[in-house]
Design a protein around this ligand. Structure first.
Ligand SMILES: Nc1nc2c(c(=O)[nH]1)N[C@H]1C(S)=C(S)[C@@H](COP(=O)(O)OP(=O)(O)OC[C@H]3O[C@@H](n4cnc5c(=O)[nH]c(N)nc54)[C@H](O)[C@@H]3O)O[C@H]1N2
Ligand SMILES: Nc1nc2c(c(=O)[nH]1)N[C@H]1C(S)=C(S)[C@@H](COP(=O)(O)OP(=O)(O)OC[C@H]3O[C@@H](n4cnc5c(=O)[nH]c(N)nc54)[C@H](O)[C@@H]3O)O[C@H]1N2
Ligand code: SF4
Ligand SMILES: [Mo]
Length: 643
């Protein structure tokens, strides 16, 4: 009999849940992944994509050796050849043009803390050009930092005390599945669940009320709800004590009637009133999703929700809150990586045009790890062109992605089952250790091993000679005061001792005044009823894949575009059509769904450029009103006959 063992680790993927994983191993090979039954949020199950992660782990197309460009081909070469060339180029470019001529860009391939050591290496070497802003959560972060002075949430298990829970632009059934048991439990004990989303998603089936507003009009909904609360004397009588300029906010709220706010949001006034009434049954928690702020006025929109939560008396109370993000790095000491100022930053959503436009010095080399920006950032074709036209582009990945295809050197790296690391979650307050439960295949190296080998070649060997264990020790050093060390992590998930059960329980906020900063005006376009019938593209997360990490067999044939039948009048369900935006065009297969609004076209995010399925080919590189987030979901598209 071959020995079977079970090992515990944690998921490092870009997901709010940071699950505990139990891996069954037979003869050195993983044969099954299951959720850790003892993890308070994982509760014994994994999502669709990670329960099938072994297909990825053992995929025949996984990269097993370094590749180097030779004309139009990427050919296998040795690690030494690659690393020597990279080190020689880095030293020469730093000499000739300064560190700013090198761009380092890291994405969400792994949320492990060890990835910060790689960032630090480049800052110690250069410093070099890096990204700023954030395509994922930038707008919401800017809004909440402005309003509350911090970007964090109450404990997620606290929703067991909520009477009302609003999922505001949040598709938990796909992107945050470990909230499902908590939401179902809340509903069983009588809490009311509401979903506000212009898209009819699977999450709607879970909810008592589903509101489907005009895309990007949620500010009107939030202000209309506030007006209803003011009119019904349901605003917290104490609100002026902990909110700044309540009068200014009130006059914004009263600048439109309930009918007008409902009109802007394109929902019936009765629905708006019902929504406000349900919300007034306190304590009410609003869980803000990541999709909502990825619009032109995303930050302002989140600010209207923050204000609603504040004046209704839902902040600082158990079962309340306006929760978006859980400070996943907050428990770890990463101060080593933040001491050096980069000489130049490029807003992440503008990465492609930013690389091409950079002068004094130009970007001559790009280092990309744990990211697939060609597929995932706006203006895919511009990014591909930008990367292909550098003197040297290096991509570190486990697969030959669209970005790797644009590289001069591709370095194969470890998967999460081979990594040694620490993670926090952005959907709850538990921390965990990622363990190398499988040995890395020969020819594959972790990001940190690669950094160490480079450090030896560029005169930084000593600073990067510590083992992963020593770095991890350093990162958890601040937890010592709470009696937590690495040994604690080896026993199971650790609750972040710095995170509050109820955020702002003392109604003190981290703003300069100590009060909530209420917004007092809105841009004109959020204040007007739009007669606009433009159809806008939203490429959204889907169950089967993590961003662009699709099995190759799903990237065959045209991508699917879901629309209301009236949006594609004259065309048929299943028909292949041409989808055109100002930026580009692609062929898609229509899927009709009469539950959708007529002003939205839905695709899956992460389609590959190499398979002509990449929605970001059509999306312009643009910034949200604050926080330098990408405007992913506002691209007007036209459906044209297939040529
Ligand atoms: N299966 C799977 N899970 C994932 C991911 C994945 O690719 N696949 N991605 C991960 C990542 S990177 C992240 S950041 C997280 C979050 O991942 P996200 O994809 O950001 O998920 P959601 O928060 O569910 O946000 C999307 C929802 O916002 C809605 N939305 C869009 N525009 C508006 C609007 O104007 N108003 C309102 N009210 N709603 C709007 C969309 O219709 C959608 O239902 O999930 C992670 N989880
Ligand atoms: N149109 C549209 N575009 C979007 C979104 C959207 O909703 N719509 N969502 C946006 C969001 S929320 C996000 S967060 C971004 C995500 O953008 P990315 O983070 O670029 O997304 P991924 O496709 O997951 O790419 C991560 C890559 O890292 C690799 N990888 C995994 N583990 C490791 C590791 O340990 N080391 C290294 N070096 N590589 C590793 C994976 O194989 C994968 O190719 O996309 C954004 N793009
Ligand atoms: S991707 Fe998210 S839900 Fe899936 S196993 Fe990882 S942390 Fe859990
Ligand atoms: Mo994200």
């Amino acid at each position: 009999m071959e020995p079977i063992t079970r090992e515990r680790t944690a998921c490092n993927r870009d997901c709010p849940d940071a699950c505990g994983i139990v891996v069954t191993i037979r003869n050195g090979k993983a044969i099954r992944l299951q959720g850790d039954p003892d993890h308070p949020v994982t509760r014994g199950f994994l999502c669709h994509r990670t329960s099938r992660f072994l297909d990825r782990q053992y995929a025949p197309d996984r990269l097993m050796h370094p590749l180097m460009r030779d004309g139009n081909h990427l050919r296998p070469v040795s690690w030494t050849t690659c690393l020597d060339r990279i080190a020689e180029t880095m030293l020469r470019l730093r000499d000739q043009s300064g560190g700013a001529s090198i761009l380092q860009y890291r994405g969400g391939g792994s949320l492990g803390m060890m990835k910060h050591v790689g960032d630090y290496f480049f800052q110690r070497f250069g410093p070099v050009t890096v990204k700023r802003g954030d395509v994922c959560s930038g707008a919401a972060e800017a809004a909440q930092r402005r309003d509350f002075g911090c970007f964090d949430s109450s404990d997620i298990l606290d929703i067991e005390k909520s009477r009302t829970i609003i999922l505001w632009g949040k598709n938990v059934a796909v992107s945050n599945v470990h909230l499902l048991p908590l939401l179902k439990q809340a509903r069983r004990r009588g809490a009311r669940l509401v979903l506000i989303d212009p898209v009819h998603t699977q999450t709607a089936h879970l909810c008592d009320l589903f509101v489907q507003p005009r895309p990007g009009s949620d500010a009107a909904l939030a202000l209309g709800m506030s007006r209803w609360l003011f009119e019904h004397a349901l605003v917290d009588s104490d609100a002026a004590r902990y909110c700044e300029d309540l009068a200014g906010y009130r006059s914004l709220v009263f600048s439109k009637t309930l009918d007008q706010w409902a009109g802007i949001a394109d929902v019936p006034t009765d629905t708006l009133a019902m929504l406000a009434e349900i919300y007034s049954e306190r304590p009410s928690a609003i869980l803000i999703g990541w999709g909502l702020p990825r619009r032109r006025y995303g930050a302002t929109t989140v600010r209207t929700i923050d204000a609603l939560a504040a004046v209704s008396g839902n902040l600082g109370v158990a079962g309340g809150g306006a929760s978006f993000y859980f400070a996943r790095c907050g428990a770890f000491d990463l101060s080593f990586s933040t001491t050096i100022e980069p000489p130049r930053t490029i807003p992440e959503p503008l990465l492609g045009p930013g690389i091409l436009a950079a002068q004094d010095p130009p970007i001559r080399m790009a280092w990309i790890s744990a990211a697939n920006p060609v597929t995932m950032l706006p203006e895919s074709a511009t990014i591909a062109e930008a990367l292909k036209s550098r003197e040297l582009t290096v991509v570190v990945d486990c697969f030959l992605t669209d970005t790797a295809r644009s590289a001069d050197i591709v370095l194969p790296t470890t998967t999460m089952l081979e990594e040694d690391d620490l993670v926090g979650a952005y959907g709850h307050h538990w921390l965990a250790e990622v363990r190398p439960v499988l040995a890395a295949p020969e020819g594959v190296k972790s990001d940190y091993e690669i950094i160490q080998l480079l450090a030896q070649r560029v005169g930084l060997a000593d600073e990067f000679s510590d083992s992963v264990g020593v770095w991890k020790q350093r990162m958890v050093s601040g937890l010592g005061q709470h009696g937590i060390d690495l040994g604690t992590f080896s026993e199971g998930p650790v609750r972040n001792p710095f995170a509050s059960q109820v955020l702002f329980a003392d109604r003190r906020f981290n703003t300069p005044s100590g009060k909530v900063q209420l917004l007092t005006n809105l841009p004109e376009s959020l204040l007007t009823v739009s007669g606009d019938r433009t159809v806008r593209l939203a490429a959204l997360a889907c169950k089967k894949a993590q961003s662009s990490q699709w099995p190759a067999e799903y990237q065959m044939g045209p991508a699917v575009a879901t629309v209301h039948p009236d949006t594609a009048a004259g065309f048929q369900d299943g028909q292949v059509v041409r989808l055109q935006s100002q930026r580009g065009r692609m062929d898609v297969r229509l899927r009709f769904d009469d539950r959708q609004r007529t002003d939205i076209l839905i695709m899956e995010k992460g389609g590959w450029l190499s398979a002509n399925r990449c929605a970001n080919m059509l999306v312009d590189a643009e910034l949200t009103d604050d926080g330098e987030c990408a405007v992913y979901y506002d691209t007007p598209v036209q459906i044209l006959p297939f040529e």
